[in-house]
Design a protein around this ligand. Structure first.
Ligand code: ADP
Length: 480
């Protein structure tokens, strides 16, 4: 990366130097040419004033050359408007010179302009700048005065400019190398630091600490890494928590299964040993074996249901459920239980239809109503109220039973949590009923609220949104 940045630095520098030198060369060449033309045209005006048409041109131009330059570097020529050379400081035999009419500067002079041309002289073979202007004598005959000087343009200054340019270039190179190195350092060293920090922290820790860097882009990287590491940490913690919960669930479930299995085994062994001869006792033992097997079935069904709800794999079939007939049917099914506990059931149900799973709604109602019956006393009551508001279905299950102690109220929805373990077991409870209820309500994104007073009774209030969200419908379609 360092090398790549430096290479690009140099490329940009060289490009900048080449472009600026090129542009300067072009502008300065133009300026030098312009200055020389101005200078020579001024000279032509003065000469025009000096030259007398009635005297010998050749001697006049020779005099003029001596006057303006001691170094022989100037050439003065007098030419007729037809291109015939009258006099020239560089030759005595003008008659032998070719016609100059086609020369660029002469053509311009004939047009009345100050003409110029920079080209290699046929006479000297060196590069010259020619400037020509027409003299209007006012005495009948015009002539052209042409002045030429050796001219190499900007090249003349090259020798002096080159060393300065070279030094400038060298200084720029050194400065850009230092700057480039420093710049790459400011980028690469934070990156190296970050990578060191990440390796130091290890893969399982995700506890990174980065400095605040000069460039915001680097801070974005470090901030994102910190954020990512935090969410990774949270994710791992969540996975670990879920693992613990699952483990706890399995150990609880096996513990719960042990009770009926031990009972079945115990009664079966007693019967096998043949010590029980009394027919009534035999029947009692067999009834207990069957009861324990029933308890196991209920427990296994509850475990299956809860694990399906948790993994969202429940095979849910949605339909338009009419609440009143459903409540009626449930009341009929729990009537024997209510009779055995001498608890009266009361229901009040508005004619409501909701798009939901009948199986889940039945499970929810049966669990809450049978709890109201089981944790009650003879002559107790359970009230079932089904109504709706603008958005939600409202279900209220109230009982005047034993109530739930305040400290247990927040925990009764936990799996296998029972207020009175012994009582719940004897009543055939699994400790999973309310946990299933809570999962079903979560499935519908509803709420459950509990109000209870020990010795006075409990009231569970449930809300379930009437409108299903599109993604929920999609999910259910996929499941069914
Ligand atoms: P269980 O199978 O034991 O009934 P639940 O999850 O349905 O399991 O209930 C958990 C515990 O909450 C019960 O063991 C009981 O102690 C208490 N509970 C639930 N509903 C009521 C209620 N209506 N009145 C009093 N206690 C209740």
């Amino acid at each position: 990366m360092k090398k790549a940045i430096l290479r690009r630095f140099f490329c940009v520098l060289i490009l900048a130097l080449v472009i600026s030198s090129g542009v300067s060369y072009y502008i300065m060449s133009k300026q030098i040419l312009k200055d020389n033309i101005r200078h020579l045209s001024n000279m032509i005006y003065v000469m025009d004033y000096y030259i007398n048409i009635n005297e010998d041109f050749q001697s006049q131009v020779d005099d003029l050359k001596r006057l303006v330059s001691q170094t022989d570097s100037i050439r003065i020529t007098i030419i007729s408007p037809t291109g015939v050379v009258y006099a020239d400081t560089e030759t005595d035999k003008v008659s032998g010179m070719e016609n100059h009419l086609e020369r660029e500067e002469i053509q311009a002079a004939i047009r009345g302009e100050i003409g110029y041309s920079a080209r290699t002289s046929e006479t000297f073979g060196t590069k010259m700048l020619y400037v020509a202007g027409m003299s209007h004598t006012g005495e009948g005959e015009d002539y052209i005065i042409r002045v030429a000087i050796p001219y190499t343009g900007f090249q003349e200054y090259m020798a002096t400019i080159f060393p300065v340019l070279g030094i400038g270039f060298l200084v720029a190179m050194i400065a850009s190398t230092i700057m480039g190195l420093r710049f790459t350092e400011t980028i690469t060293s934070p990156l190296q630091e970050m990578s060191r920090e990440m390796t130091k922290a290890g893969t399982s820790q995700f506890d990174f600490h980065f400095k605040h860097y000069k460039y915001p882009e680097l801070n974005i990287i470090s901030d994102t890494t910190v954020k990512l590491s935090k969410s990774m940490k949270e994710y791992l913690e969540r996975v670990e928590k879920e693992r613990k919960i699952r483990q706890e669930f399995f150990s609880n479930a096996s513990h719960e299964l042990k009770t009926p299995i031990t009972a079945i085994k115990g009664y079966a062994e007693l019967l096998e040993q043949g010590f029980v001869t009394d027919e009534d006792t035999k029947k009692k033992f067999i009834r207990r074996i069957r009861k324990s097997a029933d308890n196991m079935t209920v427990l296994i069904n509850d475990i299956l249901m809860i694990s399906q709800l948790e993994t969202k794999e429940a095979n849910v079939t949605f339909s338009m459920v009419r609440m009143a007939p459903l409540v009626e049917e449930i009341l009929e099914s729990v009537e024997p239980l209510a009779d055995s506990y001498q608890v009266a059931l009361h229901s009040e149900c508005e004619p409501i239809t909701i798009e939901a799973s009948t199986k889940q709604l039945r499970e929810l109602l049966v669990n809450l109503i049978s709890n109201g019956i089981k944790y009650n006393h003879p002559e107790g009551n359970v009230w079932i109220q089904v109504s709706r508001n603008t958005t939600d279905l409202l279900i209220k299950i109230t009982d005047d039973g034993m109530g739930i102690p305040t400290e247990d109220q927040s925990r009764i929805f936990e799996r296998f949590y029972r207020v009175d373990k012994g009582r719940s077991r004897t009543l055939g409870g699994t400790g999973l009923g309310l946990s299933i209820v809570k999962h079903i309500i979560e499935f519908y994104e509803g709420t459950i609220n509990l109000e209870s007073k020990l010795g006075q009774g409990s009231c569970f209030t449930i809300t379930i949104p009437m409108e299903r969200k599109p993604e929920e419908i999609e999910r259910n379609k996929a499941n069914s």
